[in-house]
Design a protein around this ligand. Structure first.
Ligand code: ITT
Ligand code: MG
Length: 201
């Protein structure tokens, strides 16, 4: 399938990772910004609902198939917060520094074994805005919240997310390594299997 797919995201960090992860396929994936698509309203209560809302919005605006990613970090000590609200945890959408600072503050003094957390990524692929069977894929990545930021790679919560199997923050990993281990990489691998099952690849 060598077809244009709209990537229903305005997050530069995600778009970069998708370009790296999808380079092995022969779709042409263009970010929705190329079509001047603004953010969809994320009014869902689950990653799945929000991913569908974003994909449907991009399909409606462009008339093309769309792939959306709704993701975030779930912290056990905070009963799963910030979860679907990860992008706006500290109030202003996409203020990574404020979000990280607030998360560190909420975990101040909490011992290491209680700082467990995981990233989630839900992908939704829709062929058109009325597609009644979106393809949904999910990946997660286990780790814990550090006591201070480390590393300059990645985006979002990466500087404060400790990756046990590598012994460092996800912002300290080379992008190729994050792209092998991450929630997004796992979700994309699942999406590829679903595409194959539907003979779309
Ligand atoms: O909705 P779009 O336009 O895709 O962009 P967004 O930034 O609003 O994206 P989300 O609504 O899915 O919110 C995801 C939040 O989780 C964070 N996040 C998701 N994946 C991440 C990753 O791989 N590393 C670090 N932070 C991540 C990210 O920084 C955001 O704060
Ligand atoms: Mg968003």
């Amino acid at each position: 399938m060598s077809q244009t797919i709209v990537l229903a995201s305005n997050n530069a960090g995600k778009i970069k990772e998708f370009n790296e992860l999808l380079s092995q396929f022969n779709f042409e994936v263009k970010p929705q910004g190329d079509f001047h698509v603004a953010d969809a309203e994320e009014t869902g209560l689950t990653f799945v609902e929000n991913a569908i809302l974003k994909a449907r919005h991009a399909c409606a605006e462009t008339g093309l198939p769309a792939l959306a990613d709704d993701s975030g970090i779930e912290v056990d000590f905070l009963n799963g917060a910030p979860g679907i609200y990860s992008a706006r945890f500290a109030g202003e959408h996409g203020n990574n520094e404020a979000n990280n600072a607030l998360l560190l503050e909420k975990l101040a003094g909490v011992p290491e074994e209680q700082r467990t957390a995981r990233f989630h990524c839900v992908l939704a692929f829709m062929r058109h805005k009325d597609d009644p069977t979106p393809i949904i894929a999910h990946g997660s990545w286990e780790g814990r919240i550090l006591e201070s930021a480390e590393g300059v790679e990645g985006f979002g919560y990466d500087p404060i997310f400790f990756v046990p199997e590598k012994g460092c923050s996800s912002a300290s990993l080379p992008k190729e390594v994050k792209n092998q281990l991450s929630h997004r990489a796992k979700a994309l691998a699942e999406l590829v299997e679903a595409f194959k099952a539907r003979q779309m690849l």
